[in-house]
Each structure stands twice: as C-alpha cells, then as structure tokens.
Design a protein around this ligand. Structure first.
Ligand code: GDP
Ligand code: GDP
Length: 450
C-alpha cells in the first residue's frame, strides 16, 4: 500500500486498507509468465487470462498463506516504446508508482545483462521493497551460479524455478513478509442473523412495523444486552428468514419522542444505522418527502451501510398522491438511484414480506467482491470508450483497479493523474451497469502518483 504520507501520492476519499500489490518486472523471456502462472496456480491463470487497462498490464487476484494480494504483471511491451530499455523502464516506473512490493525477475541461467543492470539502477531508487528473483534455477547446481547477481545492488538473489516450482514457496513467503498488513478475508465474527435498523421520522410507523414483524400475539424472542427487561435487539422472522432488528428498545418505549428532543432521536438513529448492516428507511407515503428523510438516507450511505426504502402507509395513498410521489421520488433519489423501494403498510401488514427480498439483495451486493480480472476488463472497456477528460493539458492514465474491500464495495483506481469528481461519478454509474450493486453504496478511491 502506498503510504499516506508519500510525496507525490494523492489519496482522495476515505483511505481504507487496500489489498497490497506485487508488481513483477523483467526482460522478455526471463521466465516472468511462467513464474506468474506458478504463483497464481495454473487454473486461475488460465481462466483469468483477461487483459488489463492497457495491453501491457494485467492484474490478478493472488492468495498465499491466507493473504490476498493483487499481482500486477507488467510483462508486455509499451505500445509506443522505442526499445527494450524504454519498455522495461516504463514497467519499473509503473511498478514504483503503484505497487507495494516489486519483484525484479532475471534469468538465473543467463545472469545479469546490461538491461537488467539498467532497470536495477532505476529500482534502487524505489522507496519500497524490491525482491530479486532469479528464475530457471531448476536445481542445486544452478544456485551456485548466482553470486554474480549481487552486483545488481538489490540484495540477495532468490533462486526459483517457475517451471518446476522449486523455491516458489520461499519466494512468496518473502513477498508476504515485505507487504504491509493485508486485510484478512472478511469473516463476520458475530455470525447469526443479519442486522437490520428500522429508521425514519417520528410517527412514520417504525413501531407499528416492528410489531407487525414480531407479531403482537406471538411470543417475541428478544436478544438481550445487559438486562432481560430492556431488550435492545429483537429477533424476527420475515419471509422464512431470521433477522435481527437492532436497537428496538427505543421503538418500544419511544424514547426519542417521549423526551421530545430531536437531538436524542437523531443520536439513536445514528447508533442504529451503525449497529446494523442494512437499514430500512421508512417514509410516510401519504406525505411529501422531506429534507430530513433524505438526510437520513445520506447518513446511511455515508456510514457505508446497505439501504432499503420502505414507503409506509401505502393504504393512505390515492391516485393524486401517487402521481405527486413519482415526481418527488425522481427528484429526491438522484443521489440514491441505486436504492430499492418497497411499498408497504405497517398497519395492515400489506407487502411487509417484500422487505426481505429487498434486504437480501442489498446485503448480497453489499458483500460483493468483483474479481480483479473482471474489474480491469470492465475498466479497459469503459476507459477506451470514454477516456478521462484532459486536465491541465494532460490526459490522466488509469493504470488499473482493485477492489480494496467489501461491505460496502470499495474500489481503488491507480492513476497517473487527478480524476475529476464528474468522471468518478461516471465510473460509478458504469460500474453499477455492469455489476449488481443495487441497494449498496460503493466507494471509489483514487490513488494518484503525479
Ligand atoms: P517471459 O517472457 O519473461 O514471460 O518468459 P516466459 O515465462 O514466457 O519464459 C520464457 C522461456 O523460458 C520459456 O520457454 C519457458 O519455458 C522458459 N522457462 C521459464 N521458466 C523456466 C524455469 O524455471 N526453468 C526453465 N528451465 N525454463 C523456464
Ligand atoms: P413511529 O413513531 O415511527 O414508531 O410510528 P408509529 O408506529 O408509532 O406510528 C405512528 C402512527 O402512524 C400510529 O397512529 C400508527 O397507527 C400509524 N401508522 C403506522 N403505520 C401505518 C400504516 O401503514 N398505515 C396507516 N394508515 N397508519 C399507520
């Protein structure tokens, strides 16, 4: 990961932990592809043979010892480059700009050539770890030939055979050790039912919906925090699935309303949103959509939680109101075009079951991981059709993208220049057209190396 304080590194938006990047650099024919295939495992290399943003860069998902990282194969040729020297310098520059760890691959049977020496000279300036791999060392005998590689000034040469796999595990251990802490695979430690918040203005019908869901006559299973008399969360069944409605004590006792202070009500809302994975925002369908409603929707998106919109009191909606609402929704939802809407009546129970499929979809997309190969294929297509606008006479290049996180999906674009907010919004729109992301906010961060 590029350190936040790096000179020349611009980070926009919330900097979340990014899956670390290993860049593989080296002359043609030294055995890079064979080694990359070895690292990825043959199966993945075959199915994920997807070209990157430009033809010379391909990003893959890699996994070693439970650590995920992105493998950037800078192997090809710069389309406009003059010769091998220029091509490899460009590779090295890309690697130094965007990778956390760089691996220079040299041919252990041939030894260091003048081109290897030139690229090593460039890489010695790198402010991040560089690992020197000597490939085609298929046996012990080959290892004895490696001492000459020390003069590249990149430390100890590490022998490996991409073809036979010899030494590749040790090499990967070194790579992982050199990386900043990568996020472990997300596991929901809490487990159990998925957590839902019911929020909305006073009198919109939150308690009625909770009662409808728990079933007033049925015995209610309450998850307790602290005491048995003050249940905080309620476990309910909707559409055959168990859900946990968080922070329902306030809904039962109407804390915010009784005390009459909007301040406490809003704190309560914030706490509920943060405790939940998906928020159901209730609106009163019989009334105009208010700024306050939209503020809560923004709060959910900013908190990075999935969102479902429930238009409650649908039983009060007549023809006229329905027409007015269509226009209001159009205007109100420009900021949240990705939200799914369900029309319900908490009083009559109408369509309350429909909440579950909408929550399920939102959470599925909130959990989504887009494979790096697919993401970069998409990016290549979009950027080819609509390149980023020129700024200050320069066309920013988007080098590649990775998904740093899910819950919510968070993407990082590695670029050679600033991307305007308008273009980032365009990319988000395009992303949503290609990958199912209904019901979840997404975040697109840009890492610039000027
Ligand atoms: P790249 O151009 O750097 O990607 O190199 P390749 O991976 O395509 O390899 C170039 C040639 O070297 C191919 O003929 C490979 O079979 C051979 N080669 C690659 N790795 C090894 C290795 O570990 N041992 C041996 N003996 N040959 C290798
Ligand atoms: P809360 O403050 O958000 O918890 O709202 P309540 O659940 O206490 O509901 C406020 C008022 O709206 C009560 O009088 C409810 O009976 C009424 N209400 C709730 N849901 C509906 C609905 O779907 N249709 C109609 N007509 N009234 C509703």
């Amino acid at each position: 990961m590029l350190a936040e304080g790096d000179a020349g590194t611009g980070i926009e938006g919330d900097a979340r932990p990014v899956q670390p990047v290993l860049a593989v650099v080296g002359r043609p024919n030294v055995g890079k592809s064979t080694l990359v295939n070895r690292i990825l495992g043959r199966r993945e290399a075959v199915v994920q043979d997807v070209s990157g943003v430009t033809r010379d860069r391909v990003a893959y998902d890699a996994l070693w010892n439970g650590r995920r990282f992105t493998l950037l194969d800078t192997g090809g040729w710069e389309p406009g480059a003059k010769g091998m020297q220029a091509a490899i310098s460009a590779q090295a520059e890309t690697a130094m700009a965007t990778a956390d760890v760089i691996m220079l691959v040299v041919d252990g049977q041939v030894g260091a050539t003048a081109v290897d020496e030139a690229v090593a000279r460039t890489l010695r300036r790198a402010d991040r770890p560089v690992i020197l791999a000597a490939t085609k060392v298929d046996d012990q005998r080959g290892e004895n030939e490696l001492s000459a590689l020390w003069r590249l000034g990149l430390g100890e040469p590490h022998p490996v055979s991409g073809l036979h796999g010899r030494g590749s595990g040790d090499l990967l251990d070194l790579v992982i050790d050199a990386m900043p802490d990568s996020p472990r695979d997300d596991v929901d430690l809490e487990g159990g039912p998925r957590r839902v918040a019911l929020v909305g203005k006073p009198n919109v019908g939150k308690s009625s919906l909770l009662n409808q869901l728990t079933g007033e006559s049925r015995s209610v299973v309450d998850a307790t925090a602290g005491t048995t008399t003050d249940p905080v969360d309620s476990v309910v069944e909707i559409d055959g699935e168990t859900w946990k409605i968080v922070d329902t004590a306030g809904l039962r006792r109407k804390v915010g309303q009784a005390s009459g202070t909007e301040y406490y009500a809003s704190l309560r809302t914030k706490a509920a949103i943060e405790a939940a994975e998906v928020t159901v925002l209730l609106l009163d369908a019989s009334e105009p959509i208010s700024e306050q409603d939209l503020r809560v929707a923004s709060q959910v998106a900013d908190a990075g939680r999935a969102l479902v919109l429930a238009m409650n009191k649908w039983d009060l909606v007549d023809e006229d109101r329905r027409h007015a609402m269509v226009r209001e929704l159009e205007r109100a939802l420009v900021r949240f075009p990705w939200v799914e809407r369900v029309n319900i009546s908490a009083r009559t129970g109408r369509a309350v079951q429909k909440l579950a499929p909408a929550m399920r979809t939102a959470l599925e997309n909130w959990d989504r991981r887009v494979p790096t190969g697919q993401l970069n294929q998409w990016l290549a297509d979009v950027v080819a059709a609509t390149p980023p606008p020129v700024r200050g006479g320069k066309q920013p290049k988007i080098l590649y993208a990775t998904q740093a996180q899910n819950r919510p999906p968070t993407f990082v674009l590695f670029t050679s220049g600033f991307l305007e907010a308008g273009y980032r919004r365009f990319l988000e729109r395009k992303l949503r057209e290609t990958f199912p992301l209904t019901g979840t906010p997404v975040q697109i961060n840009v890492r610039v190396r000027e």
